[in-house]
Write a protein that binds this ligand. Structure first.
Ligand code: NAD
Length: 469
């Protein structure tokens, strides 16, 4: 394996030098080839996702296929605009020169993906890598083996391995990959592994995009439309079995609307995930946790909260063997419970009452910066206050999760929840080096005003510039 990793990297290194100056049309052809393969193989993708996560077909179409094809369509539409030199004004000091930003490919890139959206989270960064003119080695998650095998097959059918290749495997293979001097590493996964990736990247000073996890809070104040909030939160929390990086992790609610919210959550959960009343375990709309280990972790989190005095408002049935837990809602969860200390990443939602905006803001600011912050309110001032006094990768008012697929917003975290941004133009930028290019006239240069010797007149010019330029 080590020799394959090394030889794949070396072949891509050589190729990456050629990709620097090739025609943009070649990138377009690669993007089109990837799109055709996906459109021709939707059924294979659906089957792999069902095998790995029991993901409903329509859910796969939305969250694994559409997310990638929309990214491809955007790149195909805008690639010429993105790659054009971006001219900038010379200002007074550089009059007579011309200057622009040339987005050049970074070169060799590594894309490491998690298991929770195992096709999407390999392919979306791949689109940015190709659009920016890079080579890429893809490392899918070992925990979703059917999707990993399918991605390997896809890449063999679509790309020359000197441009895009796959290395399957787990920690050992990723550790070997991380020793190589990639020009850019795009990692999606947990915060702890993100730190390992960044430490490895530091040895080669490879740049990184880190799309990490964490706890994304939801705040519901008494002015919110409770039915609307419950429906949206139920969807965003329980879709993909809560295994979504930006899923609501925990909830703070005003005491006046708590009972109504709990009752609406029960209604909406049945409507969305058990519409024929055959039970969540038999529902075609409810997927499973990725493996028994994660399922066991979730049941331990639930039991710990209950042991400490949390109230079970809904659900609770679970079976690690079946990788199953009913959609579960807890309230009055004591602050010592483990559920407050780690990302939940499963169909378990704790809810507590808040006393004042200050309490919420202080709590959020005492924790690692979230990937997403959600607020349900009709009170503009309250939403603005949360926006200004807290920091998070994204914020969504009166909905959850939807910020991920907005066509014109960057996606990413901040510090513990991530570094760098992805999607569309922002993904293209993370995979590019913004090279500054300036063209001076021959002979003439304003800068000569600053060449020595330095007399009184030059000093006056500099004084003037310090004051006004
Ligand atoms: P993970 O960090 O365990 O694994 C991610 C990748 O890293 C996998 O390919 C894995 O093989 C590799 N890996 C694991 N341990 C490693 C090690 N010690 N050294 C080198 N490589 C290693 O994450 P996961 O469990 O697959 O995914 C869940 C996490 O990902 C959650 O925290 C979730 O919030 C986060 N996530 C973030 C985003 C985002 O866009 N911000 C999206 C999806 C998931």
């Amino acid at each position: 394996m080590i020799t394959t990793i090394q030889s794949t990297f070396e072949a891509q290194k050589i190729k990456s030098l050629e990709l620097r100056y090739e025609s943009i049309q070649n990138r377009i052809e690669r993007l089109k080839a990837l799109k055709s393969w996906i459109l021709d193989n939707k059924d294979r993708i659906r089957k792999a996702l069902y095998q790995d996560l029991k993901k409903p077909e329509t859910d796969t179409d939305i969250s694994e296929i559409f997310t990638v094809t929309s990214e491809l369509n955007k790149a195909l539409k805008y690639i010429k605009q993105w790659t054009r030199p971006e001219y900038v004004s010379p200002g007074l000091t550089y009059l007579g020169t011309s200057a622009y930003i040339h987005y050049e490919p970074k070169g060799t890139t590594l894309i490491i993906a998690p298991w929770n959206f195992p096709f999407n989270l390999v392919c979306v960064p791949l689109v940015s890598a190709i659009a920016a003119g890079n080579t890429a080695i893809l490392k899918p998650s070992e925990l979703t083996p059917a999707t990993s095998a399918l991605i390997t097959q896809m890449v063999k059918e679509v790309f020359n391995p000197s441009i895009v290749a796959v290395i399957e495997g787990a920690v050992e293979e990723t550790t070997e990959l991380l020793k190589l001097p990639f020009d850019h590493i795009f990692f999606t996964g947990s915060t702890n592994v993100g730190k390992i990736v960044m430490a490895a990247a530091a040895k080669n000073l490879s740049s990184v995009t880190l799309e990490l996890g964490g706890k994304s809070p939801v705040i519901i104040d008494k002015s919110a439309n409770i039915k609307d909030a419950a429906k949206k939160i139920v969807w965003g929390k329980f879709v993909n079995n809560g295994q979504t990086c930006i899923a609501p992790d925990y909830l703070f609610i005003d005491s006046e609307v708590k009972d109504k919210f709990v009752s609406e959550v029960k209604n909406q959960t049945r409507k969305l995930f058990d519409s024929d009343s055959s039970g969540f375990e038999n529902s075609d709309s409810y997927s499973r946790m990725v493996n028994k280990k994660h399922s066991k972790r979730l049941s331990t989190l639930l039991q710990d909260a209950l042991d400490q005095g949390a109230v079970l408002e809904m659900g609770g049935e679970n079976s690690s063997d079946q990788k199953y837990m009913e959609p579960t809602l807890l309230s009055n969860v004591p602050s010592d419970a483990t559920i407050w200390k780690e990302e939940i990443f499963g169909p378990l939602l704790p809810l507590n009452i808040y006393e004042s905006a200050k309490d919420i803001i202080d709590h959020i600011n005492s924790q690692p910066k979230p990937l997403a912050l959600y607020v349900f309110t009709k009170d503009r001032k309250f939403a603005n206050e949360l926006q200004q006094k807290t920091s998070s990768g994204s914020m969504c008012i009166n909905d959850v999760v939807i910020q991920y697929s907005h066509p014109n917003l960057p996606f990413g975290g901040v510090n513990e929840s991530g570094i760098g941004k992805s999607h569309g133009y922002y993904g293209f930028q993370d995979f590019s080096n913004a090279k500054s290019v300036i063209k001076q006239r021959i002979g003439l240069t304003n800068t000569s005003a600053f060449y020595p010797p330095f007399g009184e007149f030059k000093r006056k010019i500099v004084d003037f510039m310090i004051k006004y330029f």
